[in-house]
Design a protein around this ligand. Structure first.
Ligand code: GTP
Ligand code: MG
Length: 226
């Protein structure tokens, strides 16, 4: 199936984010949890920078992705938390990012449809910082999901235990994935497809954003086969 992805922008403040009404899924999680790798795993190429050193993603990086015949959707790679130097970036940018829907009422901009994925390391279920982030997302975002990554680092038998622990901590079903082996990523694409299709485009917008509309020069996504 065709997968396309392109880098859109690095956002340092609320006004830097695109506001054209496309749905957004934001990746929230500890530094080094594997958020940027997850984006690369999903789109089958390295659009996002990753690093073994925590704190790699300091700004919010926005990517536009699509699969098959679905409409475009934004994946937003937010700065990680739990890393001394990155702490304030996470707080400020994340708060203002999720808060912008409320502030925009009546300002003439498109409403924002935002979901959040809490990305956690499958080897460390129930860390206090992840629980706090999950609780915070509960009051900030209408739609949230937990994605546990790096399952390739767990023996098969341990994966089931890890999933059980995670699901009891977050009281939600958890998608178990590996950005290295690609396991579970199809499940995530289904979440993306659902979010992408959730917004019924107005005729004008569908002309602007349908899959065949040309992208700005130099930004045309390279189609990829899965
Ligand atoms: P920040 O940008 O600091 O917030 O981190 P991040 O959440 O974006 O993490 P990143 O994707 O940069 O990954 C951190 C490290 O974990 C890198 O060394 C990745 O190669 C590794 N990693 C990420 N996902 C996986 C995975 O699924 N399996 C394995 N084995 N390693 C992974
Ligand atoms: Mg990152």
């Amino acid at each position: 199936m065709r997968i396309a992805a392109e880098f859109v922008t690095s956002a340092a403040r609320t006004t830097d984010f695109p506001r054209d009404g496309l749905p957004e899924i934001a990746l929230v999680g500890r530094s080094n949890a594997g958020k940027s790798s997850l984006i690369n795993g999903l789109v089958l190429r390295r659009v996002a920078r990753t690093s073994a050193a925590p704190g790699k993603t300091r700004l919010a990086n926005v990517y536009r992705v699509l699969r098959g015949n679905d409409p475009w959707l934004y994946l937003v790679d937010l700065p990680g938390y739990g890393y001394a130097r990155g702490g304030s970036e996470f707080e400020e940018l994340t708060r203002s990012y999720f808060g912008r829907g409320a502030r925009s009422e009546g300002d003439g901009l498109e409403p924002v449809s935002v979901s959040a994925w809490l990305v956690v390391d499958a080897r460390h279920p129930g860390l206090a910082s992840d629980r706090q982030a999950w609780a915070w997302l509960g009051q900030a975002v209408p739609d949230r999901a937990v994605v546990a990554t790096k399952i390739d680092k767990l023996a098969r038998g341990h994966r089931i235990r890890a999933r059980d622990e995670l699901e009891s901590v977050f009281e939600e079903s958890v998608t178990m994935v590996s950005s290295v082996t690609g396991e579970g990523l199809d499940e995530l694409w289904k979440l993306i497809d659902r979010a992408a299709s959730s917004r019924k485009p107005e005729p004008q917008r569908s002309r602007r954003h349908n899959n065949s509309s040309p992208l700005p020069k130099g930004m045309a996504p390279r189609p990829l086969k899965r």
